[in-house]
Design a protein around this ligand. Structure first.
Ligand SMILES: *[C@@H]1O[C@H](CO)[C@@H](O)[C@H](O)[C@H]1NC(C)=O
Ligand SMILES: *[C@@H]1O[C@H](CO)[C@@H](O)[C@H](O)[C@H]1NC(C)=O
Length: 399
């Protein structure tokens, strides 16, 4: 039940989470519409045309450059993307057909996102998510269509589900997907904020917060936190904490982005962004939701954060410490030294997080790229996503 729910949430977060971050950001700052997203894919595209996968997001060094997507030729017609089992809409508050426009996708007028299965024959790409039960309609397949296997949850919970087969492209949080679909992306602000983080720090009332609702997980984060708690105070919210406080559901908010919770979180210096699984490239809203608020994320994940494009001074990484105790010592050091601590906040004047450009990239690919046919059998998917993708925690008990 929980896993199914998680999978659904993961799936939707994949494309939509950051709209919520954006909402949040906007409602906090009252600045709707003053920022324009600059997807970094454009930069990368120009730099490295040979990449099979045009949608790696963060090349921060180059974020300042203004570049335009090269359009080889104007497309003949609009493209249709059918979300075959995109069932989870009630809580999102964002109709599918406005997602592209909201994310300022330059091709939004040429690309139609739909859930209308009557369009199956006229769809250029179809998106399938494995957890929703319904098998893809293989008999309706046209060879020129791109059938896309989407996954937002890590493969660390057990056996590979029946994927149905074959597919043409993958769309997941892994960098080596055909379409890179992270939970959100980080963009450079056109106009930097001018927040005075020194005074923000002084107003903080808490030290370390954690919000968590799944207690036993493959990453054994609970065990890590228990060890960490021996050396530093941690306020635990959510159903695994002592008080078992739940964040009140808010209509139009995805779990994890409830404003009350985020506000609460902002009163702390550090937030534990601990993933439920240590998996290749797997970084979720637990990190991204901290980007637009004034708290420093302490990340524990299986991802190489540098490889994903995140700067060292944007977060604290448990992987950089040999033990929870050493991490606790560092957090206490920052707690005692505001100048050191604010270095982890100041970047937020220049960056924000928002919806990933994944769907926009998909449209671009359909419109302007003449990709050769490609097929993933069940074995290919197993190899790609389910093999050697999860790490066992080795940072809890040490010899
Ligand atoms: C992480 O990725 C960076 C950049 O790709 C690389 O230089 C570094 O060696 C990687 N770190 C680990 C621990 O693999
Ligand atoms: C998609 O995969 C199917 C099944 O292998 C294949 O017949 C078809 O040519 C592929 N289409 C594209 C556009 O890759």
């Amino acid at each position: 039940m929980n896993r199914r729910r998680n999978a659904l949430i993961g799936f939707c977060l994949l494309a939509i989470a950051a709209i919520e971050i954006r909402n949040l950001y906007d409602s906090f700052r009252g600045s709707r519409g003053t920022e324009k997203q600059k997807p970094d894919l454009e930069v990368l595209e120009e730099k490295d045309q040979s990449r099979v996968q045009p949608n790696v997001m963060l090349d921060v060094e180059n974020q300042n450059q203004e570049t335009k997507i090269e359009k080889a030729s104007e497309p003949q017609k609009t493209k249709t993307v059918l979300f075959w089992n995109w069932n989870w809409t009630p809580d999102i508050g964002e109709p599918l057909d406005t997602v592209l426009e909201r994310s300022k996708c330059p091709h939004h007028h040429l690309c139609k996102l739909t859930k209308d299965k009557r369009l199956v024959h006229n769809s250029d790409a179809l998106i399938f998510h494995r957890s929703l039960g319904e098998k893809p309609p293989f008999s309706l397949r046209r060879p020129e269509q791109r059938w896309i296997w989407i996954e937002g949850e890590p493969p660390c919970f057990g056996a590979m589900p029946d994927t149905g087969e074959p597919y043409n492209w993958t769309m997941t949080y892994r960098l080596d997907s055909d379409l890179y679909g992270p939970y959100a992306q980080i963009f450079r602000r056109e106009k930097p904020l001018k927040k005075d983080y020194m005074s923000i720090v002084k107003a903080k009332t808490g030290l370390v917060a954690w919000m968590v609702s799944n207690c036993p997980t493959p990453s054994r984060r609970m065990d890590y936190v228990r060890e960490l708690q021996k050396y530093i105070d941690i306020d635990i919210y959510g159903s695994c904490g002592p008080g078992k406080v739940k964040c009140p559901k808010e209509p139009g908010k995805i779990m994890g982005y409830e404003e009350q919770c985020l506000r609460k979180l902002e009163s702390y210096k550090f937030y534990l962004s601990f993933e439920n699984s240590l998996a290749v490239d797997y970084v979720t809203e637990k990190f991204f939701k901290t980007v637009n608020i004034d708290v420093v994320a302490v990340v524990r994940s299986g991802a190489n954060m540098t490889r994903l494009g995140f700067h060292k001074d944007w977060y604290i990484n448990t992987a950089d410490f040999s033990s929870p105790k050493e991490l606790a010592d560092y957090l206490k050091k920052l707690d005692a030294n505001d100048a050191l601590y604010v270095k982890y906040l100041e970047w937020k004047n220049y960056y924000y997080s928002a919806m990933s450009t994944t769907l926009c990239n998909l449209c671009e690919r359909l419109l302007y790229h003449d990709d050769p046919p490609k097929t993933y059998t069940k074995d290919d998917i197993r190899q790609f996503f389910y093999t050697d993708a999860c790490f066992k925690p080795n940072d809890i008990v040490r010899d």
